[in-house]
Design a protein around this ligand. Structure first.
Ligand SMILES: [Zn+2]
Length: 198
């Protein structure tokens, strides 16, 4: 995977860690890594950014499988977003977990909140996979599922890809899981990725 050089610190980063920005309306766009961009934004906004305890972390899920996350911080005039992005082969894939708060929040608490949210999500299982007659059968564990809606290249965006528990499922696979609920009702609710999962 091609890496992009940050105009400020000169280090090379994967695409997900680079933003193309300009801070001056008449200035030119440049490639900055997230942390260099955050530093400039912090100067403009007049706030101090803490040094994060980690820039990456590895955590096991409920099945003992390891997940590697990169921590990405994004600073906006409206607030701070901290994200844990699961990375596989240098590309974000799987879990994408985030928290946010206002600029004057306690940033140490926000960082801890992110790690707790990562742990909670890795320890919640929504989909069960069973093998029957040599075939994999997927089912919804406790009649409830929470996930993320993503772009499905294979359907060219006609139907979404859903990411549940860091795993990708096609719309069809989710539909199949729902067939065992024939006659039931359902509730479909959308919420922002920084909101708490309940
Ligand atoms: Zn940089």
């Amino acid at each position: 995977m091609d890496r992009i050089i940050c105009n400020e610190c000169g280090k090379k980063y994967s695409g997900y860690y680079i933003v193309r920005v300009r801070f001056d309306e008449l200035g030119e766009y440049e490639n900055l890594c997230h942390e260099c961009s955050n530093k400039r934004m912090a100067d403009l906004l007049g706030i101090n950014l803490i040094n994060l305890r980690k820039d990456s972390l590895t955590m096991e899920d409920i099945d003992g499988k390891e997940h590697f996350f990169k921590i990405r911080r994004q600073l906006f005039p409206q607030g701070i977003i901290l994200e844990a992005l699961e990375i596989k082969e240098d590309v974000p894939e799987g879990y994408s977990i985030a928290v946010d708060d206002e600029l004057d929040c306690n940033q140490y608490d926000l960082e801890i909140k992110l790690y707790q949210k990562v742990q909670n999500e890795l320890y919640t299982k929504y989909i069960e996979s069973k093998e029957m007659f040599g075939e994999e059968f997927l089912s919804i564990k406790d009649d409830k599922v929470i996930g993320r809606i993503d772009y499905d290249e294979t359907s060219e965006g006609e139907t979404p890809l859903v990411v549940i528990g860091g795993k990708e499922y096609t719309w069809n696979q989710l539909g199949k899981m729902l067939t065992s609920y024939e006659g039931w009702q359902f509730k479909l609710e959308m919420f922002d990725f920084t909101e708490d999962v309940e």
